[in-house]
Design a protein around this ligand. Structure first.
Ligand SMILES: Nc1ncnc2c1ncn2[C@@H]1O[C@H](COP(=O)(O)OP(=O)(O)OP(=O)(O)O)[C@@H](O)[C@H]1O
Length: 786
């Protein structure tokens, strides 16, 4: 339907005057109502798909039923429905015209909001939701675009039940990818909605959790190029730590957000008020001022207001005689606010490094972060700008002068680039298939102890994967992995999920055996030691990671239950030590301090993938191959982690000559600063020279000293703990525990040495490979608190 064409149309008592906006479910018009005379907003609903006469009847029946329920909701934070009706097959609703825009507009404009404001908004929307739920109405499409804002700052939840009316005939797949704008943006969709399961109030609470996440961080938790990519992440991947994106967010508040975003509905808050109260308490206990009048705003509204309006149906036999009472009870938008809310104070920008630098256009990623809001873009631009300003990019000449960039120990500059290709980990970019679950593996029905699923791992299966139109179930019509993963905050409990197999991986050779032939040649040539370092970009993603049969899972730091409910839940799952649950719980506890886990089997963290013959995900690992003795390196695109940090990484040389320049290892405390107009790059590296009788080496790099940027801090010959050479048996897991100025090095579980150095206090982690032709497979990157 051409929405503009309806201008001038008279629907009931309203003449459509101007198109205000159009979404996936309909168009909104500014309209003049004749009885009572006033300006209103009229929403004309549009079914997702063309309807047969029979479907039209069902659609209108749904419309009456759902709108009747929604219109009966009278709450200060719910947009009233003045009237609704149907005419010439068009179903429409009449609402107050609210001129303050939507929360989406505000978030786009402001980015992250002040925390006290977040608490205030959360409380208002929570009050509306609980009220609706208590009256048996589920919203199903909670998102900032459906939260109107009055000029005085009052939030009004709108569009109750519309998704059910408009998209009932459409499968989740059609809803997300069908003709026209998608209905039910996946950004805010609960996992159970993603796969088309029947939803209850807890789906709304999840969506509220996503809004909370966005108000706090400026971005929704999951980004992707297609709706399916985002949907799949809701299903599978824990949200990135909000605290990493918003450093002033108290950990307890992060815990609240993460609980709201639990994949399994039973792990979420059961009432929105519990969520808003927990969030407010977390702020207050961290000393963050949440003004009483703000917090009490909704209660004040509640007390001060009676019936806002009397929603009447055109099908209501009393309609014609109740116009006067309806009119008197209707409240124009401007009256919907009692002025209790303060004005906006503006957004908070994240990321403080290099904000003034500009990211070269060619390096700006368009994938993972392309949907980001301002805060994210700010950080992305900032981080990549560092590279753009000081480090050469692949295929470019790059800086060639001392002080302008990174200098190898042999005087050569490395080839570097940014990891801004934006590849998505879960679904192919052009996928239109819905993530789906086989009947036997409902993603939310399983709570098995580890022993019952054997080792945690991936169960490959094949089949068909598609969503079934008009049904709540889905069938597999493509290859998927059925995965078991621990439930955050629920030690010993696991859920089953579906992870589509990524065709791109197949193209890259998934399942192929890595040829790991021991290299016998030994060269004594003193070689080049070039280095490379990439940008730092803010994307810390807490991921469920699967590799080598081990599942890592990531949670916010500190797993202390933050609410009585959580404590009870934990107590409820407590079993005597030695039981499978206890063992699983012990494992979970050990992992509780995980800050970030990346199995490096897929590009979850926007790692560099260009040039493809240098940086590539294949065979379940991230491969870096040095070409032309340039040395290659990359750093994790994440905020530096302050305080004690354990960095663990598994490395396996795939090919390379056994010379003393054949080295690879870990970078840490990498940073760049501008000093006297020059960019100074600093970092530590812990490397191995992978030769027979080779060495571990610990280096400090600081190119402020142009003549001697490299300083060796420690070296030690391999012991029996090191698996020298190449191949499956030459896989080594290194750990560096950074505690202030102390660095403790552990290889394959054997602690080697603690070395002290005061030079660098913080920075990024990464990995490096040196020597032409050396290819190293990196796996299982893990950042922990200890
Ligand atoms: N009662 C209202 N008063 C004033 N403007 C409104 C009102 N309701 C909606 N709008 C405006 O109309 C725009 C379109 O709303 P609509 O609900 O059709 O789409 P949406 O919410 O953006 O997307 P979707 O349909 O997918 O939910 C909104 O973004 C909002 O700016």
């Amino acid at each position: 339907m051409n929405a503009e064409a309806l201008i001038g149309t008279v629907l009931g008592t309203c003449t459509l005057q101007k198109l205000v906006g159009q979404g996936g479910m309909g168009a909104v018009y500014l309209a003049q109502q004749s009885r009572p005379r006033r300006q209103v907003a009229v929403k004309v609903l549009l079914p997702m798909t063309p309807l047969s006469p029979h479907q039209l009847v069902a659609f209108l029946e749904r419309f009456r039923r759902e709108t009747d329920a929604a219109a009966s909701l009278e709450h200060p934070n719910i947009t009233p429905v003045h009237e609704y009706g149907e005419q010439d097959g068009l179903a429409y609703l009449v609402m107050p015209y609210v001129s303050g825009g939507t929360l989406r507009d505000e978030l786009e404009r402001e980015g992250p909001l002040p925390l006290s404001e977040v608490a205030n908004y959360l409380e208002q929307v929570a009050a509306a939701l609980d009220f609706a739920h208590e009256h048996g109405v589920i919203h199903r499409d909670i998102k900032p675009a459906n939260i109107l804002k009055t000029h005085e700052g009052r939030l009004l939840l709108t569009d109750f039940g519309l998704v059910k009316i408009v998209a009932a005939d459409a499968s989740p797949q059609v809803r997300l990818t069908g003709a026209g704008a998608p209905v039910g943006t996946p950004d805010y969709m609960a996992p159970e909605q993603v796969i088309g399961e029947e939803v209850d109030t807890r789906a709304d609470l999840y969506s509220l959790g996503v809004i909370l996440y966005q108000m706090v961080t400026g971005t929704t938790p999951f980004q992707g190029e297609t709706p399916m990519q985002i949907a799949a992440q809701h299903l599978q991947i824990p949200p990135p730590s909000p605290q990493m994106l918003r450093p002033d967010l108290p950990i307890a508040a992060e815990q609240v957000i993460l609980r709201a975003l639990a994949k399994r509905p039973s792990d979420r808050y059961s009432r929105a008020e519990d969520l808003s109260n927990a969030f407010r308490s977390a702020l207050l206990s961290a000393g963050i001022q949440v003004e009483a009048n703000i917090i009490q705003g909704t209660a004040k509204f509640k007390a001060a207001t009676g019936r806002f309006m009397t929603p009447k149906s055109l099908f209501d036999p009393n309609w014609q005689t109740t116009g006067a009472s309806t009119q008197s009870a209707q409240m124009p938008a401007a009256h919907l606010n009692d002025g209790a809310l303060p004005g906006m104070t503006g957004g908070m920008m994240l990321g403080n490094q290099g904000q003034s630098r500009k990211l070269p256009t060619a390096e700006r990623g368009s994938g993972l972060l392309s949907r980001s809001t301002s805060a994210m873009q700010s950080v992305t631009g900032t981080a990549s700008a560092l590279t753009g300003s000081s480090i050469p990019t692949p295929g470019s000449d790059g800086p060639r002068t001392v002080g302008g960039g990174l200098l190898s120990r042999t005087g050569k500059f490395p080839l570097v680039g940014t990891g801004s290709t934006g590849q998505m980990p879960v679904m192919p970019a052009n996928s239109t298939e819905a993530p789906a679950a086989p009947d036997a593996f409902s993603p939310f029905s399983t709570a098995q102890p580890a022993s019952e699923v054997g080792s945690l791992g991936i169960f490959n299966t094949t089949g068909e994967m598609t969503a079934q139109a008009g049904s709540n179930s889905a069938k597999l019509t493509g290859p998927v992995k059925v995965v078991q993963m621990p439930v955050p905050g629920q030690p010993g409990r696991f859920m089953t999920g579906i992870l589509p197999v990524v065709p791109q991986e197949e193209a890259l050779g998934i399942g192929e055996e890595v040829s790991l032939k021991p290299e016998k040649t030994k060269s004594t040539k003193k070689g080049l030691r070039p280095w490379a370092v990439v940008s730092l970009v803010l994307v810390v993603v807490l991921i469920i990671a699967a590799s080598g049969g081990i599942f890592w899972f990531v949670r916010g730091r500190g797993q202390t239950p933050t609410t009585a409910g959580q404590q009870q839940q934990q107590q409820a799952t407590t079993k005597p030590a030695g039981t499978p649950d206890a063992n699983a719980r012990a494992t979970a506890t050990a992992q509780a301090n995980i800050i970030l886990s990346d199995p490096l089997d897929q590009n979850m963290h926007n790692w560099l993938t260009s040039p493809a013959d240098v940086y590539a995900f294949k065979n379940g690992a991230y491969h870096i191959t040095d070409r032309g003795d340039n040395g290659r390196a990359t750093v994790l695109q994440a905020n530096p982690v302050d305080g004690q940090l354990g960095y663990t990484l598994t490395m396996q040389e795939v090919q390379g000559k056994a010379t003393d320049t054949n080295s690879f290892g870990m970078l840490f405390r990498f940073s760049q600063k501008t000093q006297n107009g020059k960019t100074v790059t600093t970092f530590y590296s812990f490397e191995v020279v992978n030769t027979k009788g080779g060495q571990y080496q610990f280096w400090l790099y600081n190119d402020a000293d142009a003549k001697a940027p490299w300083k060796k801090l420690w070296s030690q010959n391999f012991g029996a703990e090191f698996h020298q050479g190449q191949g499956d048996k030459a896989s080594n897991t290194f750990k560096v525990l950074m505690n202030g100025n102390k660095f403790t090095f552990t290889v394959n579980g054997k602690e080697l040495k603690t070395v002290q150095d005061d030079a660098l206090k913080s920075g990024q982690v990464g990995m490096i490979v040196n020597q032409n032709g050396t290819e190293v497979a990196f796996k299982n990157l893990l950042l922990t608190r200890s």
